[in-house]
Ligand binder design. Structure first.
Ligand code: PXP
Length: 244
């Protein structure tokens, strides 16, 4: 099976830094450690309220990373301007609500074609790969294709939150079908949200999957074992799932 890339989301290194308003821990240092531990890319989400990643982090990451930066952003003029300034490898468009704790649900690509077209076209014009964060839903993936997105990132948060049982099996089947459809439509398929050591293997074993983006669990686990060890273990679980 093809190699599955690991994107490490470092947002919550910035969450801890911001708790004291200083400079520690440094997200760029975390990104460098992630790279040494086997991350294939770094993801950072600059939210409208700057609750974790700050503008200066994006600048430093864009200037210093030697692996691809995936800039997660809401579809707003402000974020588009920042993406066009720093020209990350990719931009992942996500829905964003000020009051949410984390990204809840995928983008309604099917219902906002005209609005999203401007963002997709502007990013692609600068050779920034465009990823759309969507639910594992045929309608949304077909709409992403119509927009010319390069990538869909499937929201697997619901799958990760469900206890084992029928509902979970059904959600997993939706993710499998979504990944297959993406490949048929020539869109690269990624997945993310809520992945842990316990939930990663089945998602990693989906053959059409090309990249997983994982953040909160890894940064939390790093408190106990260190970031390098946490990422290496995730990488190993992904490789084992892929080989099985
Ligand atoms: N992918 C997207 C689009 C996200 O919004 C997030 C959370 O910021 C992640 C992946 C990573 O999710 P988690 O932090 O739960 O691993």
């Amino acid at each position: 099976m093809s190699y599955l890339r690991l994107g490490v989301n470092i947002d919550h290194v910035a969450t801890i830094r911001n708790a004291r308003g200083g400079i520690h821990p440094d997200p760029l240092r975390a990104a460098e450690i992630a790279e040494q531990a086997g991350a294939d890319g770094i993801t950072a989400h600059l939210r409208e309220d700057r609750r974790h990643i700050a503008d200066k982090d994006i600048k430093l990451l864009a200037e210093n990373l030697t692996i691809p930066l995936n800039f997660e952003m809401a579809a707003t003029d402000e974020m588009l301007g920042i993406a066009l300034t720093h020209e990350p490898h990719a931009s992942c468009l996500v829905p964003e609500k000020r009051e949410e704790r984390t990204t809840e649900g995928g983008l309604d690509v099917a219902g906002s074609h005209n609005k999203l077209m401007y963002f997709v076209d502007s990013l692609k014009e600068k050779n920034i790969r465009v990823s759309l964060f969507v639910e594992p839903d045929t309608k949304q993936i077909e709409a992403a294709r119509k927009l010319g997105a390069d990538i869909i990132e499937i929201h697997v948060g619901r799958y990760c939150d469900l206890e084992s049982g029928d509902l979970r099996a059904k959600e997993f089947a939706r993710i499998q079908s979504a990944a297959k459809l993406a490949e048929e439509l020539d869109i690269e398929c990624h997945a993310g949200h809520g992945l842990t050591y316990d939930t990663v293997a089945p998602i990693a074993a989906i053959p059409n999957m090309k990249e997983l983006n994982i953040g909160h669990f890894l940064i939390g686990e790093a408190i106990f074992v260190g970031l390098d060890t946490a990422i290496r273990k995730m990488r190993k679980l992904m490789d084992e799932a892929r080989a099985s």
